[in-house]
Design a protein around this ligand. Structure first.
Ligand SMILES: C[S@@+](CC[C@H](N)C(=O)[O-])C[C@H]1O[C@@H](n2cnc3c(N)ncnc32)[C@H](O)[C@@H]1O
Length: 276
């Protein structure tokens, strides 16, 4: 993989700096059931076999997916994140995994050369970004021809503040849907509240597809990870905490050649509804 010359260290995303300890604890103690019982499996299914691939985990946080993809046999997985505290936390537990490495970087100005990666993973990051156009363009730039992008995010059609709480079932006015919505709230995971509020951005669906196709990628799937009937039947937690669609998983790819069609969509649902 080629690396562009070093760029100045990115400014720290301050709320992530101040929430870093909280975040590391939530992830490493596996307290976020949305991830551990739903979205991680959906993301890894979308990633598929990754043996021998060069992978970018953009906005990697404390790096658990970076480590997991390295464990699955990727040649090299680079976790990149704007938060120095999270990159330090990632490095601290990854010394025994040479295939996993970490770098402070802003996803809007990635310090990697063109066509450096076979696969990009963007897990719960696009909602953090006030602008998605430059980051998606950067992600497209660093993908090799034929390379793939896996993006998991909050469902833009349904997510509102505290949307995961069953008690709040208000609908979203159309005018609000078509405006970028900024949601500031403390994380609360398994009864633990983040010290700092975080800001999330939710945009209409078309903003994501435009950013993707406008960067020269084509969509390959669009699915909505949700609990299976079995999960809903067996778990009151899921019945209470999944009152509406909360997640969207989009995969895209860079054409092998510049002439390849730009809108191939083939849905292979991550839905586990009806599965055992
Ligand atoms: C919700 S966390 C997700 C972290 C990780 N992907 C995971 O799933 O655990 C969002 C992450 O995006 C990072 N982030 C926010 N803005 C960024 C940017 N412009 N460039 C790189 N990382 C950014 C934050 O530091 C934080 O680690």
């Amino acid at each position: 993989m080629t690396e562009a010359p070093a760029i100045p260290a990115p400014a720290a995303s301050s709320h992530w700096e101040r929430n870093a300890e909280f975040w590391v604890r939530i992830i490493r103690e596996r307290r976020d059931r949305y991830r551990t019982e739903l979205t991680d499996e959906a993301v890894l299914a979308a990633v598929g076999p990754c043996h021998g691939l060069d992978v970018l985990d953009a906005g990697c946080g404390e790096g658990y997916l970076t480590r997991e993809i390295a464990r699955l046999g990727a040649r090299q997985v680079t976790g990149a994140d704007k938060s120095p505290a999270l990159i330090a936390a990632a490095r601290a537990v990854s010394a025994g995994q040479p295939a996993a490495r970490f770098r402070e970087a802003d996803v809007a100005a990635l310090p990697f050369g063109d066509a450096s990666f076979d696969l990009g993973i963007v897990n719960h990051v696009l909602n953090d970004l006030p602008d998605i156009t430059s980051p998606v363009r950067e992600l497209a730039r660093v993908l090799r021809p034929g390379g793939r992008l896996v993006i998991l995010m909050l469902h833009p059609c349904f997510y509102g503040d505290r949307a995961e709480r069953q008690a709040i079932r208000r609908t979203l006015p159309v005018a609000d849907y078509f405006a970028a919505r900024e949601i500031e709230q403390h994380f609360e995971v398994d009864g633990i509240v983040s010290p700092e509020p975080t800001t999330s951005w939710v945009r209409p669906l078309e903003a994501y597809t435009e950013a993707i196709t406008g960067s020269g990628l084509y969509l390959t799937s669009l699915t909505e990870p949700h609990p299976s009937d079995a999960q809903l039947g067996a778990s009151e937690w899921w019945r209470e905490n999944f009152p509406r669609p909360l997640f969207l998983l989009i995969t895209a790819a860079r054409p092998m050649t510049s002439g390849q069609a730009s809108c191939q969509v083939s849905n292979s649902p991550t839905s586990r509804r009806g599965s055992a």
